[in-house]
Design a protein around this ligand. Structure first.
Ligand SMILES: N[C@@H](CCC(=O)N[C@@H](CS)C(=O)NCC(=O)O)C(=O)O
Length: 235
């Protein structure tokens, strides 16, 4: 595995053991994390990229969302919202919402600062991504490049495209000032925004007018342990 970002804290293990308990019990083997996802989904790519960079092994389980697999009773029992990604942190313990996964997985690493203000600025971008960026850039890309339904959705695409460009403009303004979204350091905010920005062209978004965003995309792709979207599903 490529070099990654140092973790200073392990993910919690379930089960308590008193620190004064010195009995020689065998070390607990933790089950590998399972990422239920769909190849080509930026939301699924986010936790995969982070886990790769933190050196956390995971197993990818493909969910056929185009044929309704995420809406079956079996899947809805795992995530009532019927969406992927879904992170199975241990057998039967599920976490939905890509950016919640980033927070959970990055806890204790340099990618999620401990300082209250610095952390809040990371959250600011995570919420921005979900409200002002992903609903436009990812949705248009989905219709154009994945579902191939651009013609059917032409009116909605025309409405969403300016909103996608507005989000790119917000990023451009920040990245003209700082190397990464929250300042000089790479954080999970960059992972969250990279996921759909680096494939925005697949939805017909032209990044020519966003030079700082393009330079940032290259900086993110050059981070240790970087994983491509295609490779995320190969785990
Ligand atoms: N806010 C969610 C969005 C999840 C989402 O929209 N997932 C899409 C694929 S990227 C999905 O599962 N679509 C299938 C469906 O809605 O049935 C996140 O960030 O994880």
């Amino acid at each position: 595995m490529d070099g990654g970002f140092c973790r200073t804290q392990r993910l919690p293990l379930s089960g308590n053991r008193c620190s004064s308990d010195t009995r020689a019990t065998p070390p607990r083997t933790r089950a590998m994390i399972v990422l239920h996802g769909y190849t080509g989904s930026g939301n699924c790519y986010k936790p995969a990229l982070l886990m790769r960079q933190l050196g956390i092994p995971y197993q990818w389980r493909e969910v056929d969302i185009l044929n309704g697999e995420s809406r079956t009773p079996a899947f809805l029992a795992k995530n009532a919202n019927g969406r992927i990604p879904l992170l199975e942190v241990e057998p039967g313990r599920y976490l939905a919402e890509s950016n919640a996964m980033l927070c959970y997985l990055a806890e204790g690493s340099a990618l999620l600062p401990a300082d209250r203000w610095a952390r809040a600025k990371v959250f600011e971008w995570l919420f921005f991504e979900q409200y002002s960026h992903e609903p436009f850039i990812a949705t248009v890309r989905f219709w154009v490049a994945i579902q191939k339904s651009a013609e059917t959705n032409a009116a909605k695409i025309a409405e969403m495209r300016p909103k996608g460009y507005a989000a790119l403009g917000v990023m451009e303004a920040q990245l003209a000032k700082t190397a990464f979204l929250t300042g000089a350091a790479y954080t999970i905010a960059d992972i969250a925004l990279y996921a759909y920005t680096h494939v925005a062209d697949e939805g017909g978004f032209d990044l020519a007018g966003f030079p700082a965003v393009r330079d940032w995309l290259a900086r993110v792709a050059a981070q240790p342990g970087h994983l491509t979207m295609a490779a995320a599903a190969a785990a």
